[in-house]
Design a binder for this molecule. Structure first.
Ligand SMILES: [Zn+2]
Ligand SMILES: [Zn+2]
Length: 265
């Protein structure tokens, strides 16, 4: 199946993204790859949820990310419908996503990671690995059971600990099939999708077949979860192998249109 959406792109408004990640670049990409839909998801922290836990978010408030709406005006995306979303953060103090319902209403969709542990987890939890794994599981349940859960389109890069000082597949290996089943049963019940994030994934079927994250996705599918795809692009090179990598994931997981979240079809 050809994937014709991307619901996880960052523009230059994300402080970790490159200046080359412009709206015009993504418009060109959407046309080149024949997208039906594209969803912008800059990093975001709603100031109404308290002081950002990490300085990174001091420049990622509402007025800042709303700038994108002006930048999108009049830009031709070809056949692709454009969605204004955000990748909001998990707030470890309130144990919920850093976004209030009223502000969530202002976005077309939100995605939330449980795995930005490089910014959101106390460093002492890195080891033993079991503590790091448990932090992500607790964050996951807190997100899907939060008061904004109905606004959450998808769980961004689930259990893929970002900038982990060791191989983050070690952590995924610690999650048992039964734990995954409980997690993804609850996810399916909530109508929240699971993101297949292609960032850092090699365009190599054998490598994808050998990757630990495939086990989680397989169980998510068995549990009836729907999926979204996201490049997590932060530069003008974020889609170089996107179509091919998405195709491999869709193929090895046996995905059909029905396995995609309705919102992204
Ligand atoms: Zn992320
Ligand atoms: Zn991202």
């Amino acid at each position: 199946m050809k994937i014709t959406h991307d619901f996880h792109v960052h523009t230059h408004l994300s402080v970790c993204a490159k200046d080359s990640a412009t709206v015009q670049h993504y418009a060109n990409t959407a046309k080149k790859l024949g997208f039906n839909k594209i969803g912008f998801a800059d990093h975001f922290w709603d100031e109404k949820c308290g002081e950002p836990w990490n300085n990174f978010y001091k420049r990622q408030g509402l007025d800042h990310v709303l700038e994108l709406k002006k930048e999108l005006e009049g830009v031709d995306f070809g056949n692709a419908k454009v969605y204004f979303g955000c990748e909001t953060e998990y707030n470890p103090i309130t144990k919920s996503p850093a976004i209030t319902p009223a502000v969530a209403e202002q976005f077309d969709f939100i995605i939330v990671p449980n795995s930005h542990t490089h910014m959101m987890m106390p460093k002492e939890l890195y080891e033993p690995y079991e503590n790091h794994k448990q932090f992500m599981i607790d964050a996951y349940y807190n997100i899907i059971n939060s008061e904004v859960s109905k606004y959450v389109l998808s769980m961004a890069h689930p259990f893929e600990a970002v900038c982990c000082p060791y191989d983050n597949e070690i952590l995924m290996k610690l999650i048992s099939d039964d734990e995954y089943r409980r997690i993804y049963d609850s996810t399916a019940n909530k109508g929240i999708a699971v993101e297949i994030n292609t960032s850092g994934v090699k365009n190599d079927k054998e490598a994808i077949l050998a990757s630990e994250k495939l086990r989680g996705f397989r169980i998510a599918k068995e549990c009836g979860c729907k999926f979204t795809f996201g490049s997590d692009s932060h530069t003008d090179a974020g889609h170089d192998e996107y179509a091919s990598v998405c195709g491999i994931f869709a193929d090895v997981l046996g995905l059909t249109e029905n396995d995609l979240a309705e919102f992204v079809r």
